[in-house]
Design a protein around this ligand. Structure first.
Ligand SMILES: [Zn+2]
Length: 397
């Protein structure tokens, strides 16, 4: 990648940034257990001159699950010049597949030594923010008010981002989430999702002696899911201009083969970039379960019933190409010789709840690839580019 600007390129020490990355990849930190990661960040930043009052660990309060050890870590650097606050964020947690990960460098990439995922999702983002905050502090670089937000529980439901209150993070005018691969890709849109759960109640009876007295909850589930699929609401969905996806991913129930099953639980999800269509997908499941429950009857005419619960997991968002956060990123990236393109993705990000809370948030890459897989890796060239871009975004006047 060609660099057009002089100045800032040399200020992020690439060797140091790489050391941060390796150190962070070695620290365990599953969702809800991010304390060691936070302690490492605090230690590095204090040594770089961060005042104790600029660091704040928020308590693990709702919507975080009760078992969480801490809430988000907020690092706020008061501006050396006035201006709206800019926020930089990355999530500290990694998925269980990363347990015991040992990073090694091979041919310009960081990979896991053994049979684990790496945790580049999202320690690459955390390392980039740490390297940039440290660089700003060490070199006393001029900057507007800056918030570095290290979130918890992203992987299990975007919990840290959902708990953000704008006032606690300096009411940022724009935010940059680092949780992806290519630095030149501006993720300015992401899908939304609902999670649903259907409790199916049938009528129990001895399956050999009196099967006619039973109404099977397993039969209700089977009929409902077959209907959903037949009507085109299962898996990849396209209805005219509208599109989305759905899945029934968990099913459990039944006690014995000789008993007509009286209780089954089916759990699933509905996704789309169109908020109204997400609801329509979930409604198609609800209707199918209700219809099937009504149809499955015993000899007395008793039928089953369904309790259907549906929750918004996260809202979709789409930031316009003309929005200040997108234009600013394009401009700064352009100065570094990085040609950006805007993309929309089919997964949820910490950016979803932040945009829903009114903080315009884009997501950028720092070289993390193949998340949640054994062949996960961090591309060190892209990581270095991501660090340079982050520093420029944080310090541009
Ligand atoms: Zn991630």
């Amino acid at each position: 990648m060609k660099m057009k600007s002089k100045g800032q390129r040399s200020l992020v020490d690439e060797t140091r940034a790489r050391q941060h990355l390796l150190a962070l990849l070695n620290i365990p930190g599953l969702s809800g257990e991010e304390m060691l990661v936070a302690a490492h960040i605090e230690k590095v930043l204090r040594a770089a001159g961060c005042k104790p009052g600029w660091l704040r660990r928020l308590p693990a309060r709702p919507p975080l699950p009760a078992k969480f050890g801490m809430g988000n870590l907020v690092v706020h650097l008061p501006g050396t010049f006035a201006g709206p606050c800019r926020m930089f964020l990355a999530h500290m947690d990694t998925v269980p597949l990363c347990r015991g990960a040992q990073p090694v460098i091979k041919a310009g990439q960081v990979v896991a030594r053994g049979h684990t995922a790496l945790g580049g999702d999202n320690r690459a983002g955390v390392a980039a923010l740490l390297a940039v905050a440290e660089t700003i502090l060490k070199h006393n670089l001029p900057h507007p008010p800056l918030t570095f937000l290290f979130t918890v529980g992203e992987e299990v439901g975007l919990y840290g981002a959902k708990s953000v209150q704008a006032a606690e993070v300096g009411k940022p005018a724009m935010a940059f989430n680092f949780d992806s691969g290519k630095p030149e890709e501006i993720i300015s849109g992401a899908i939304g999702a609902q999670r649903w759960r259907a409790e199916l109640h049938g009528v129990s009876s001895h399956a050999g002696m009196h099967p006619e007295r039973g109404a099977s909850a397993i039969l209700i589930a089977s009929r409902a899911l077959a209907e959903v699929a037949d009507r085109g609401w299962f898996g990849k969905i396209r209805k005219g201009q509208r599109s989305g996806t759905s899945n029934a991913g968990v099913i459990h129930g039944g006690d014995a083969t000789n008993q007509v099953t009286h209780h089954v639980v089916v759990q699933g999800e509905s996704r789309s970039h169109n908020p109204a269509f997400i609801k329509q997908i979930s409604a198609a499941y609800r209707t199918a379960f209700e219809r099937a429950a009504f149809k499955v009857r015993n000899c007395e005419g008793e039928h089953g019933r369904v309790e259907f619960h549906c929750d918004n997991d996260y809202q979709p968002f789409h930031i316009k190409d003309s929005a200040p956060v997108v234009r600013y990123t394009q401009k700064i990236a352009g100065l570094l010789g990085i040609k950006t393109n805007n993309v929309s993705i089919n997964g949820g990000l910490d950016a979803n709840p932040l945009n829903a809370a009114g903080i315009p948030t884009i997501t950028l890459g720092v070289g993390a690839h193949h998340p949640h897989a054994y062949d996960e890796y961090v591309d060190l060239t892209q990581f270095a580019t991501g660090c340079r871009l982050t520093l420029a975004l944080a310090t541009a006047g």
